[in-house]
Design a protein around this ligand. Structure first.
Ligand SMILES: *[C@@H]1O[C@H](CO)[C@@H](O)[C@H](O)[C@H]1NC(C)=O
Ligand SMILES: *[C@@H]1O[C@H](CO)[C@@H](O)[C@H](O)[C@H]1NC(C)=O
Ligand SMILES: *[C@@H]1O[C@H](CO)[C@@H](O)[C@H](O)[C@H]1NC(C)=O
Ligand SMILES: *[C@@H]1O[C@H](CO)[C@@H](O)[C@H](O)[C@H]1NC(C)=O
Ligand SMILES: *[C@@H]1O[C@H](CO)[C@@H](O)[C@H](O)[C@H]1NC(C)=O
Ligand SMILES: *[C@@H]1O[C@H](CO)[C@@H](O)[C@H](O)[C@H]1NC(C)=O
Ligand SMILES: *[C@@H]1O[C@H](CO)[C@@H](O)[C@H](O)[C@H]1NC(C)=O
Ligand SMILES: *[C@@H]1O[C@H](CO)[C@@H](O)[C@H](O)[C@H]1NC(C)=O
Ligand SMILES: *[C@@H]1O[C@H](CO)[C@@H](O)[C@H](O)[C@H]1NC(C)=O
Ligand SMILES: *[C@@H]1O[C@H](CO)[C@@H](O)[C@H](O)[C@H]1NC(C)=O
Ligand SMILES: *[C@@H]1O[C@H](CO)[C@@H](O)[C@H](O)[C@H]1NC(C)=O
Length: 770
């Protein structure tokens, strides 16, 4: 590193306002110390599907005064109940925008559904289900007059295992996350609600996410995620590309810094990666309170500050007048924002912004019902398919009209009130919640229409079957009727925004499971988990016959579980992350980075593991997981045969190492999505019942991790039935990011091609070279 870089860092630090007593920062004492400048901010061009929206937006913005343009760029304080509000421009018929949380349903209002969370949706591995969830959830936002949903989440990706928000995102894998977010954005926006994809980027821990004052009264800056360029492209940016390609209207930048530069003013991230490389045509919004500078953030590519801006306002027009900012930048901000409104068709027939929201639900407000009967099947299907059966011996499941079921554990219980978990506090950062867990805490949660707990749903089933049900959801060492056919134990693992989890298990729940298993020969454990939950203390107990990792199913939790327990639904979920034997198996990725050493005012998270997170790390270091990424059982069995690999007939450009030059479209060079390879396999249902399988394709790409998910297909097969499935592999899937060329370099091979049931159960193997 050159000395200039060091002084740039020092300058950055002192400008940031910390008391800089660190005379000992030396040339080699920091990892990626800076983020390269990328200016000017690219103007939106109206590429691809955006052409019509841009034409309308430009015509609209041409009629605005500078003050009106400025008003579009920041929220305004409002009592309408929306998380953020953009002021109306009534003289031109623009009614303003209501933007609102988000992840598992519309937050902070009534008459809405509580949907399966992001991680639960990923565990379904079902693209059309992810799409349907988006369509129906989006309609609820629409009905309530919410223009912009503050979601979906692809960052955190799941690098740091204890992260408090991993459950809001999809999978600890860029490919699965990318596929799921593409469908989700497309589904949501097809319902006329704009998405604000979040959080860009490297937002992989809650600890030190925001500036805070330490015990010595010093200002500690947000953690810096120091990410090399190849890792950025191969992991963290990957799903953003899919979501931009799907047309996301907005992108929300994160609280953290990247290479020591705040996300909301990081020109490399916003101007460079997002607006140039990915050709993003929409607008960049801050996370709440994440703006740290005025003109610097505008020039770095920020378009909208939320919930208000203490930096912009009139200062933007002053800055244009005195030459610190180009007038075209303000126009571009306004055009990008207005284009999204036209893109999703909100200029025609959209309800009054915020009509279904209320500052206080217990005060008089109008009734706007967003729940619709035709959503029910999608709600339930999502709740069912995201549950993962990880153990099932002695045909413990499905249950067959049992005479007696004994139910234990706090997680079986209906909450005593609709106490939706919200932001946790340092003192109250629980490992578990004393009632059934259907969603994690924080801005991703909402007030569902109802919560169907496991105990209520089992009682309803008992009515049908004439089953006796005994329950004790309070005791840790319950008494057990020895004639019980089965004992069901319900535990959970909580996580919420604002704090990272304190651990991946808790002794109370583990002792509860052991106490039941010691007395009951047929003990079935159900875990509702907002993140990875270890199971080693009891999974091999001889009396633990079945285990369901049930994630966060939303309001239909109980009904969905009972459908699985009784075999009306055959489990088909697969883990979207790796469950280790022991916390220590996650190595440095277990814990968040903390302020330390010379960086105690500027905490550094060095992403030195590169691409080796989750299964990529377990594979690289040959660590045996308890349950690997992609793992999940069914009530039937599937056989794999007949692997074929062929170059796609349409891939006429495949001999070229880099994608053919093309005009950038939202998502990047469109040729990255050219299909170059088709991998086929035959899968047969060899069991006695029908069921759905998720066949997975992993590629060993030269110069890359051992294997990476590059295809999956989910399909239903009746007992005895077989099907040939095709995986369509694109140029991007076969390339690695070339940091010198700054482009995707197609690898020649040999590729190791593996197909099977999980990342470690891959009966079909082949190789391919272009
Ligand atoms: C991050 O990298 C810097 C520079 O190499 C180093 O000084 C610091 O100790 C690292 N932090 C951690 C937590 O490893
Ligand atoms: C961060 O620094 C690394 C190493 O210098 C560089 O490769 C990468 O492009 C930088 N990324 C950002 C967003 O600044
Ligand atoms: C800008 O927004 C504020 C707050 O909503 C409003 O009072 C003001 O009239 C707006 N200015 C213009 C020029 O529309
Ligand atoms: C302009 O910037 C100054 C300094 O950051 C700030 O105090 C002021 O509130 C800003 N003005 C407006 C109108 O936002
Ligand atoms: C121009 O205006 C901006 C916003 O008020 C201010 O921050 C900046 O210091 C001004 N620059 C000059 C050269 O006056
Ligand atoms: C859980 O809640 C129940 C019912 O309110 C209560 O009796 C019990 O003591 C609580 N358990 C724990 C571990 O806090
Ligand atoms: C399994 O359950 C039976 C009761 O059915 C009990 O006698 C036995 O000790 C249990 N096994 C273990 C290992 O606790
Ligand atoms: C994890 O491993 C450590 C070190 O080997 C051991 O002390 C600990 O008991 C293990 N924890 C669990 C939950 O198995
Ligand atoms: C260098 O950094 C260490 C670690 O924070 C600190 O304890 C020490 O006082 C610093 N030394 C100087 C000369 O500033
Ligand atoms: C062949 O390549 C050219 C140039 O990249 C492209 O325009 C054309 O669509 C490709 N044809 C097929 C069938 O993919
Ligand atoms: C995937 O979800 C869709 C929509 O809910 C459903 O129709 C389909 O059956 C599911 N696919 C499988 C294989 O379960």
């Amino acid at each position: 590193m050159v000395a200039g870089t060091v002084s740039a860092l020092l300058l950055g630090l002192s400008l940031a306002g910390g008391s800089l007593a660190t005379g000992n920062i030396t040339e080699d004492s920091y990892f990626y110390g800076e983020s390269p400048p990328v200016y000017p901010s690219p103007q939106g061009t109206g590429a691809g599907e955006w052409a019509g929206a841009y034409a309308k937006a430009k015509a609209f913005v041409a009629q605005l005064t500078d003050d009106e343009k400025v008003n579009l760029t920041a929220g305004t304080w409002s009592q309408n109940g929306c998380s953020g509000t953009i002021t109306a421009i009534s003289r031109l018929g623009f009614p303003g925008l209501c933007v609102n949380d988000a992840e598992n349903g519309l937050r902070g209002t009534d008459y809405v559904n509580g949907w399966a969370s992001g991680v639960h949706t990923a565990a379904t591995w079902n693209r059309s289900l992810a799409h349907g969830r988006g369509v129906h959830m989006g309609r609820e936002f629409y009905t309530k007059g919410v223009n912009v949903i503050l979601g979906p989440v692809v960052g955190p990706l799941g690098r740091m295992v204890r992260d408090g928000r991993n459950w809001e995102g999809f999978a600890a894998d860029p490919y699965l996350t990318g596929q799921m977010v593409y469908e989700t954005v497309d589904g949501l926006q097809s319902s006329g609600v704009a998405t604000s994809l979040k959080h860009m980027i490297g937002y992989e821990q809650e600890t030190n996410r925001s500036p805070e004052t330490n015990s010595e009264g010093q200002e500690v800056q947000s953690v810096s995620s120091n990410i090399d360029d190849e890792t950025m492209h191969m992991l963290y940016l990957w799903p953003f590309a899919d979501a931009v390609r799907a047309g996301t209207a907005s992108v929300m930048c994160s609280y953290n810094r990247i290479n020591n530069s705040y996300a909301s003013q990081n020109s490399k991230v916003l101007n460079g990666l997002l607006k140039t490389e990915l050709g993003f045509q929409g607008y960049v919004m801050t996370d709440w309170g994440a703006q740290h500078t005025g003109i610097a953030s505008a020039n770095a590519g920020l378009d909208m500050a939320m919930p208000q801006s203490s930096f912009w306002g009139k200062n933007l027009t002053t800055a244009i007048a005195n030459g610190s900012m180009e007038a075209s930048r303000l126009d571009d901000m306004a055009i990008r924002i207005m284009a999204t409104w036209y893109l999703v068709g909100q200029d025609e027939g959209f309800p009054t912004p915020g009509i279904g929201m209320a500052e206080d639900l217990y005060a008089p407000h109008q009734r706007v019902i967003a729940t619709k009967p035709d959503e029910k099947s999608t709600l339930l299907a999502a709740a069912i398919e995201g549950q993962v059966l990880v153990k099932n011996v002695n045909n413990a499941l499905p249950l067959k009209s049992p005479h007696m079921l004994s139910i234990f554990g706090y997680d079986a219980r209906t909450p005593e009130t609709m106490d939706i978990p919200s932001e946790s506090t340092a003192a109250d950062n629980p490992l578990i919640i004393n009632r059934t867990l259907t969603v994690g805490g924080g801005s991703g949660t909402n007030s569902p229409a109802y919560i169907d707990s496991p105990l209520s749903a089992i009682q309803r089933q008992a009515y049908e079957d004439g089953t006796s049900v005994l329950w004790d959801t309070v005791s840790k060492s319950p008494e057990i009727d020895p004639t019980s056919d089965a004992c069901l134990v319900f535990i959970n693992a909580y996580a919420g925004e604002g704090y990272d989890r304190r651990g991946l298990y808790d002794d109370y729940s583990d002792e509860l499971v052991a106490n039941v298993a010691d007395q009951c020969a047929n003990t079935i454990v159900v875990v509702h988990n907002a993140g990875i939950r270890l199971v080693d203390p009891w999974i091999d107990h001889e009396n633990v016959t079945a285990v369901i990792i049930a994630h966060l199913p939303g309001q239909d939790s109980g009904r969905a579980l009972v459908d699985v327990l009784y075999g009306r639904a055959n489990p088909s979920g697969k883990l979207p992350y790796t469950i280790a034997h022991n916390e220590t198996d996650y190595g440095n990725l277990l814990n968040p980075a903390l302020p330390e050493g010379i960086f105690w005012l500027f905490p550094q998270a060095n992403f030195t593991e590169g691409q080796l997170i989750d299964y990529r790390a377990f594979d690289a270091y040959n660590i045996t997981p308890r349950f690997e990424f992609g793992y999940g059982l069914s009530y039937t069995t599937f056989d794999y045969s007949s692997l074929t690999i062929k170059q796609s007939s349409s891939s006429n450009s495949s001999t070229s190492s880099y994608p053919p030059a093309a005009t950038t479209e939202p998502g990047g060079n469109p040729h990255l999505w050219d299909e170059l390879l088709t991998v086929s396999a035959v899968v047969s249902n060899t069991g006695d019942v029908g069921g759905a399988e998720v066949a997975q394709l992993y590629l060993g790409i030269p110069n890359a991790p051992v294997r990476q998910l590059r295809g999956f297909e989910k399909f239903y097969l009746a007992a005895g039935e077989s099907v040939e499935i095709d995986f369509h592999v694109t140029r991007r899937d076969l390339s690695i990011w070339d940091v010198y060329a700054q482009d995707w370099l197609l690898q020649e091979g040999p590729f190791v091609v593996s197909v099977g049931r999980s990342s470690r159960d891959l009966p079909l193997q082949g190789t391919f070279t272009f």
